[in-house]
Every structure is written in C-alpha cells, then in structure tokens.
Design a protein around this ligand. Sequence first.
Ligand SMILES: *[C@@H]1O[C@H](CO)[C@@H](O)[C@H](O)[C@H]1NC(C)=O
Ligand SMILES: *[C@@H]1O[C@H](CO)[C@@H](O)[C@H](O)[C@H]1NC(C)=O
Length: 301
Amino acid sequence: MSANKDDGGWKKFLWNSDTGELLGRTGGSWIKVTLFYVVFFFCLGGIFVGTIQAMLLTLDDFRPTWQDRVAPPGLTHSPQSDKGEVNFHPKEMDSFQPLVKAMRKFMSLYDDSNQQDNMKFEDCGAEPADYKDRGDLDSSTGTKRACKFPRELLGPCSGLEDRDFGFSQGKPCLIVKLNRIVNFRPRPPANNDSIPEDAQWKVQPNVIPLHCTHKKEEDADKIGEIKYYGIGGGFPLQYYPYYGKRLHPHYLQPLVALQFTNLTRNTELRVECKVYGQNIDYNEKDRYQGRFDIKFNIQDS
Ligand SMILES: *[C@@H]1O[C@H](CO)[C@@H](O)[C@H](O)[C@H]1NC(C)=O
Ligand SMILES: *[C@@H]1O[C@H](CO)[C@@H](O)[C@H](O)[C@H]1NC(C)=O
C-alpha cells in the first residue's frame, strides 16, 4: 500500500496536472529559469570572446609582443646528436653517416642556387661590418633583403669538396649558429678583459666571437688545434638585426664552422663552445644559452 502511495507522490512531482506544475514549478517559473540561464551563458561567452579579442589587439604582426625566445640567444650546432655525443670511427662509414647526412641537409639551405635572386638577397661582404639597418619593424616598409652567406666561407667544412665534413679523416667539423631573435642586436665584448685569455685575440669590432675549449682540465692537451671558418671567426654584425619571418623571409643566419684537427683518439673528450658579448650571458639551467658542450670519442683501432 505504502509503495503505491509513494509512487503517486513521485509522479505528482514530475507532472502535477492539478496545478500545472512540472518538477514542482509552474510554467511561468520555468520561463524565468530558462531566461536566467540564457542570459548567464551569453554573458559568460561575451567575457570569453572579449578577453581573447583584447589579447589579440595587443599582438603586433611584426614585432613579437609575447616573446618566448628572448635574448640571450641559444647557440646550436649541426650535427645535433643524441645526448650531445659524437662517437665514430673514421674508417667505418656507417658510424658517421647519419651525422654527415644531417649536416648535408642543413647546409643545403645555404646552397648558392638558393641565394641567386637579387631581389631577395644582397652581398654583405666577407669581412665583419656594422649592423645592417633595414628600416622599421612594421609592414609599411615591405619585405627586407637578406645577406647572402656563401658556403665557401666555411672552407673545408663547407661540404662542397669534402662531402664527409672531415669525418672520414678523423677531423670532424661542427657547424654553429646563433638562434634567431627578432630585433636583437648582439653586442661584441666591450674590451678583451671581459673574456677568457685564450679567446681575447678574437675580440674585434663587429664580431661576436665564438670560442671553444676543453671542458675538463685533464683534457687540456688532448683537444688539439681547432680551426674556425666563417666571417671573422664568429658572428658578424651585418647579419643583424633579424626582422622576423614576415619581413625577412629569406634571412640566413651567419655560420661558423669548427674543425677539430687533432683530437686524441679512443678517449672521451668534452669541449665547450661559448659566444661572448655584452648582452650575451649564460644560464646554469639552459645548456644552449650562449654556449653548448659536446663530447667527442673518435675510435681508432
Ligand atoms: C686587449 O686590448 C688592448 C686594448 O684594446 C690591446 O692593446 C691588447 O693587445 C689586447 N690584448 C689581446 C690579447 O688581444
Ligand atoms: C697532435 O697532438 C699530439 C698530442 O696529442 C701532438 O703530439 C702532435 O704534434 C699534434 N699534431 C699536430 C699536427 O699538431
């Protein structure tokens, strides 16, 4: 009996035909509730769209507002290997083929055939020179030309004559670049006291010097001579500033090639490379900020 009674109560709650109430509310009350939620979600949507619009208004097509890659820049190299290790055997092609392949691919961006168009490229000289101002960072000035960077500047590391970049002779090359940052003007060291003694001879106006040396003291006499190729042995200022993807679509970063000509064999050697400048510094947590280190192990048996 009591079950029947309950059922009746429940049904009445769902739809009470006596009072015309649905779920305990009258028709008028339902309209109010619906209206409330329509207005509520409409306002919520409005706030959402408004916030996004406001955010977009602060963005500029040409100048990065919310820049995640801020100065100081990263220093990276090709070939980029697992765990920063370069292990190979000069007589075993397979041991260095993947590295050399990556370098060929990277260097193909710098092929002469890609730099022929004088509407897109200009000659900026093979000697270091001052910043190349190409006007404002806005659309009205149109796209900018980029400085050519001929592969021949990298000498034996250009990959033009020696397609193996020295690996097959046990004298591997590394190609180094400074990551691009829109509107950044790297400033050379103010004087030669601010940088390590063995890099001081490289200080000259209009170049950001790059210098590599042993990371561990015990490797000091095992690294051998490192040769530097490029413009002024570093990153020349005429390639800066970079105007961004839209205004500077053909931009080529200047490169520096290193050739390790006399690395001691059959031992692991750690080399650290750093760039020096007034607005370049380093971060304990970021292995690639203004520097990198790399391990070599050339087997020979
Ligand atoms: C350092 O700079 C001074 C003045 O600019 C110069 O006389 C000196 O030869 C430099 N030293 C080296 C090692 O380049
Ligand atoms: C290469 O380095 C060794 C020491 O590790 C040295 O004895 C030799 O003279 C160096 N060779 C050249 C060409 O510099």
